[in-house]
Ligand binder design. Structure first.
Ligand SMILES: NC(=O)c1ccc[n+]([C@@H]2O[C@H](COP(=O)([O-])OP(=O)(O)OC[C@H]3O[C@@H](n4cnc5c(N)ncnc54)[C@H](OP(=O)(O)O)[C@@H]3O)[C@@H](O)[C@H]2O)c1
Length: 313
């Protein structure tokens, strides 16, 4: 029985991959950060399909974790027949932002880890003479929507280059370019996708079904659904100036959405800070009043006591 390794297999597109692969009888290795969630999924898949599921807890932004996963891929005693480099996240930081931490994490997870894990798989698979590598890019690779587009364009071009090096080895590399898919991606990135028309969305199971078929056929680029094939043809062969204009519109609406969210958050923080400051002020005033009335009561009592002792003398 073949074994497939899927990074980010616990949610969204990766989850659809592990479901489809388990349903066809593949054993699985799932890689993600959340161990409890991964283990629950492993139990479910084992119960539903009778397949073996191994879990590797790894943060693919960390070099030592990536190396650990690469070593598992190259283990000659437990061969991996299919690698799906899927783990990733949305990135909407502006290119002019001085804080580049999110950019660094995104490049580590969606480029560097893909490079290391694909290389490990390609070495192990060419030694056996068969195997498939799928790297999840995006239709964003064809537009100019910030660093996310640049990263996904890198995944696309890297996978095409890998396919060139692998020619004639029996091993294939496929870049999957999804359009919009309902997953945790948009919530995690803090962007609302509710205003997008239904037509742009692709069901994750259909995306995965078409991608696995394309990978089996040895296709280097997989763009599931006709509507997205047409959209990408327009982006690829249409005037670059039009694609840049469209990208600008898309990016600025996302940035405006982010700015509105930030402004709402800043307003909330200011209201809470004002309430906290009012409460502290009120508490201080109450304490001052209480201390003053105690002082007055004590003074009155002392006066009364002084008067009483004078009359007794
Ligand atoms: N959804 C879309 O519309 C869309 C469109 C085009 C391309 N894509 C691409 O599709 C891929 C999957 O996205 P999705 O939409 O399925 O997102 P998702 O629902 O948020 O799932 C992301 C998966 O990646 C894992 N992950 C995230 N960061 C990780 C890290 N540092 N180390 C290890 N695992 C990590 C998550 O698990 P843990 O949190 O447990 O680590 C989770 O299993 C991404 O590469 C994304 O760029 C998505």
């Amino acid at each position: 029985m073949a074994t497939a390794l899927v990074t980010g297999g616990t949610a969204g597109i990766g989850h659809a991959f592990v479901q489809a692969l388990a349903a066809r009888g593949d054993d699985l290795v799932i890689v993600a950060r959340n161990t409890a969630r991964m283990q629950a999924l492993a139990d479910e898949l084992g119960g539903d399909y009778g397949v073996q599921v191994e879990c590797i807890t790894a943060d693919l932004s960390r070099r030592d974790d990536v190396d650990r996963v690469a070593a598992r891929i190259e283990d000659p005693d437990r061969p991996i027949e299919l690698l799906v480099n899927n783990a990733g996240f949305g990135l909407h930081s502006r290119l002019l932002d001085p804080d580049v931490e999110q950019h660094r994490l995104a490049i580590d997870v969606m480029c560097f880890a893909v490079l290391v894990l694909s290389g490990a798989a390609a070495r192990a698979m060419t030694a056996r003479g068969h195997g498939r590598i799928i790297n999840v890019s995006s239709t964003s690779a064809w537009i100019m929507a910030g660093n996310y587009s640049a990263i996904k364009a890198w995944v696309l071009r890297y996978t095409e280059s890998l396919a060139v090096e692998l020619r004639g080895t029996g091993v294939t590399a496929t870049a999957l370019c999804p359009g919009w898919v309902h997953t945790e991606f948009h919530d995690r990135a803090g962007i609302s996708a509710t205003n997008l028309p239904d037509i742009v969305w692709i069901p994750a199971d259909q995306l995965v079904r078409e991608c696995l078929r394309d990978a089996e056929a040895g296709k280097v680029i997989s763009i599931p659904t006709l509507k997205w094939k047409v959209a990408i043809a327009v982006a690829q062969y249409g005037p670059r100036s039009f694609v840049r204009w469209f990208s600008g519109k898309l990016s600025s609406s996302r940035h405006e959405q982010k700015d509105r969210q930030k402004a709402r958050m800043a307003e909330r923080v200011q209201t809470v800070a004002q309430m906290a400051s009012d409460s502290v002020h009120l508490a201080a005033e109450t304490t001052r009043h209480a201390a003053e009335s105690t002082r007055q009561r004590v003074t009155t009592a002392l006066h009364r006591e002084g008067g009483d002792s004078g009359s007794q003398a």
